[in-house]
Design a protein around this ligand. Structure first.
Ligand SMILES: NC(=O)c1ccc[n+]([C@@H]2O[C@H](COP(=O)([O-])OP(=O)(O)OC[C@H]3O[C@@H](n4cnc5c(N)ncnc54)[C@H](OP(=O)(O)O)[C@@H]3O)[C@@H](O)[C@H]2O)c1
Length: 282
């Protein structure tokens, strides 16, 4: 089997690449910056350089690939997914695994962007698996500066709960889908083990660092200002505010047994993630 991983220099793509390497594979990575890929993976991967907006670069990069991991992000991801899916079909790719979001189902935040991407993949006719993931535990790293400096987590999510998932669980599910084709034609819903409020997650981080962390509710307008400061586009900032509102209103409480069904073990808890990442909050 030949594998090509997009987003290989990012959070999930790098973990998927590491997992393929651990299985003794030699995956290809499709990256914008070859030096960044070399620094991460040395000479253990084949590097194909290009941009996910460039159909010609993808056409040549996808040649000879059996199994493709597709990761696109930000506004416009639906159009980039379309270009990639049709390039994959034309190149004879046998299976495309797309990192999508659980919010495709609720139409919240980036859900509509990923829904466009999923539609395009279906239209292309390439065999697919969609990984409909809950929000990542690693999003909590965005709270680090305020927790470090003021011991507070501010959010517009109120008492609403969400079951964040550990990036390692996502990577394990993606790797399973890429390497077995057991899940072809399916949308795999995956979440963490427990829905927690942001106040509960603040307390978990406090326990991990041995200092109290206070939770403070803020209105949408203040949350929007914070989102605009973090994100590189107004559309993405608005998507974040929409997600936080949906959490507050109790619309994103899904807990699935997807990780356990697919990889045969329980999903990793937020407590474990907080212990692993305590240094970022201390
Ligand atoms: N965060 C969440 O809670 C959550 C929940 C569900 C689903 N998702 C989805 O997960 C995905 C993000 O995953 P992640 O956190 O692993 O991403 P990430 O860490 O932000 O990494 C993004 C990767 O994509 C690459 N990339 C970006 N634009 C590109 C382009 N035009 N051409 C080629 N490569 C490009 C980046 O390469 P460079 O190194 O060159 O920048 C990087 O490797 C998104 O689709 C998001 O909607 C996120």
């Amino acid at each position: 089997m030949s594998y090509l991983i997009t987003g290989a220099t990012g959070n999930i793509g790098s973990l998927v690449t590491e997992r393929l390497l651990a299985r003794g594979e030699r995956p290809c990575v499709f990256v914008r910056d070859a030096k960044k890929a070399r620094a991460l993976f040395g000479r253990c991967v084949d590097i194909r350089v290009g941009d996910l907006a460039d159909a010609a670069a993808m056409a040549s990069a996808f040649a000879g690939i059996d199994s493709l991991f597709l990761l696109n992000s930000g506004p416009g991801l639906g159009a980039r997914d379309r270009t990639a899916a049709f390039a994959a079909k034309a190149a004879g790719v046998r299976h495309l695994v797309k990192l999508s979001t659980l919010d495709v189902q609720t139409k919240v935040g980036t859900g509509p962007w990923h829904a466009q991407g999923e539609d395009a993949v279906r239209e292309s006719g390439v065999p697919y698996t969609f990984i409909q993931s809950a929000a990542f535990m690693s999003n909590a790293l965005g709270w680090a500066s305020s927790i470090c400096s003021k011991g507070v987590l501010r959010s517009s999510t109120g008492d609403g709960k969400i079951a964040f998932i550990h990036p390692a669980d996502i990577a394990d599910v993606v790797t399973r889908a890429l390497t077995t084709r057991e899940h072809e034609g399916k949308s795999l819903v995956i979440t963490g083990p427990t829905a927690l409020s942001y106040g509960e997650m603040a307390a978990v981080i406090g326990a991990a660092i041995g200092k109290p962390v206070r939770f403070e509710s803020i209105p949408d307008a203040q949350a929007r200002k914070m989102a605009l400061a973090w994100s590189d586009s107004k559309e993405y900032a608005e998507a974040l505010v929409d997600i936080w509102r949906a959490i507050r209103e109790g619309r994103l409480t899904t807990v699935s047994d997807g990780v356990e069904r697919i990889v045969g073990r329980k999903p990793i808890s937020f407590e474990t993630w907080a212990d692993e990442n305590a240094d970022a909050f201390a």
